[in-house]
Design a protein around this ligand. Structure first.
Ligand code: FAD
Length: 274
């Protein structure tokens, strides 16, 4: 099947994007790496009247350190390709997560902003965003605003972004200790379950992907660790509070068991294995 007809706008600035989206009156879409949007268009699951290509906007790619010590973070431009995230050394957790995204061709085109905006519950970057307490910078008509990852993800493939807003960057805190574990049928497939562990300023955060419509914090597991419990106890408590749905890839108890194992592995990688 071919895409339904659309008007094409090549934006030179973020203002061009916001204007084009506002002019489209809810019927416009940003085109970044195209790795999620183009298949959706080809299947006619979306038929936007206007596509706004953001790939030629200068200054929106790259990873730069932002802050130091316990407040260390990196700023990731929205157009940073997954391959560039995987290659950088400022944020090793992000680099590891990016290596798990799809295959070489997808990583060379797909962007950080696109992955966050697409909000696939099995995608790697949204879990890292929630796991590290990332903050997303968004540009809209007449203003920029910041939104925490926790507040951004509203459901499967849904965010709190307005129809005329564009993500321009994401600030990811750098954890002092971290772990990343993923279970997929084959390396490069979307995850069945992903676990992210991040110790930031002495607090251990645990986030999971693939166990709900949005990435979730494992509050019970975090609480066990904060009160001196073991990694095994934390993994058990975290998985017990999950309510995953069954699908063709596995039952709810299967996903809970995999989640417990992924948390154990991520905690061990972070050397939080008391
Ligand atoms: C075969 C295959 C396997 C894949 N495997 C994985 C995987 O294992 N893990 C994974 O995480 N992903 C996977 N992906 C998806 C890939 O990571 C995409 O790159 C990513 O989901 C979307 O990024 P993009 O830049 O390609 O965005 P696009 O496809 O261009 O856009 C996706 C959506 O985000 C919106 N958007 C894009 N940029 C912005 C922005 N800056 N601000 C606001 N909205 C924006 C678009 O309008 C669209 O709605 C896979 C894709 C394919 C085709």
């Amino acid at each position: 099947m071919k895409c339904a007809p659309f008007d094409y706008v090549r934006a030179a600035t973020v203002d061009d994007v916001v204007t084009a989206l506002a002019d489209a009156d809810g019927d416009g879409k940003i085109l970044a790496g195209g790795q999620s949007l183009v298949p959706i268009l080809a299947l006619r699951m979306a038929r936007p009247a206007v596509l706004v290509d953001v790939n030629r906007i200068p200054g929106l790619g790259g990873v730069r350190p932002d802050g130091a010590g316990d407040g260390a973070a990196v700023h990731v431009g929205a157009l940073t390709r997954h391959s560039a995230l995987a290659a950088q050394s400022h944020h090793p957790l992000l680099a590891e997560a990016a290596r798990w995204i799809g295959h070489t061709a997808i990583r060379s085109r797909g962007t950080a902003g696109g992955s966050i905006a697409h909000a696939d519950p099995s995608a790697e970057l949204p879990v890292v965003a929630v796991g590290t307490g990332a903050v997303v910078t968004v540009s809209g008509p007449g203003r920029n605003r910041s939104v925490s990852a926790d507040e951004l993800f509203a459901g499967a493939l849904m965010t709190s972004l307005g129809e005329d807003e564009m993500i321009i960057g994401i600030r990811f805190p750098v954890p002092q200790r971290w772990g990343f574990a993923e279970f997929a049928r084959r390396h490069g497939d979307f995850a069945l379950v992903t676990a992210v562990v991040a110790e930031i300023g002495g607090t251990v955060r645990i986030a999971l992907g693939g166990v709900g419509s949005v990435p979730v914090r494992a509050a019970a597991g975090e609480q066990v660790l904060a009160t001196g419990g073991t990694a095994a106890e934390a993994a058990a408590a975290a998985s017990a509070e999950l309510r995953p749905t069954a699908d063709m890839h596995g039952s709810a108890p299967f996903r809970q068991a995999i989640a417990a194992e992924m948390i154990r592995r991520a905690l061990a990688q972070a050397r939080i294995d008391r």
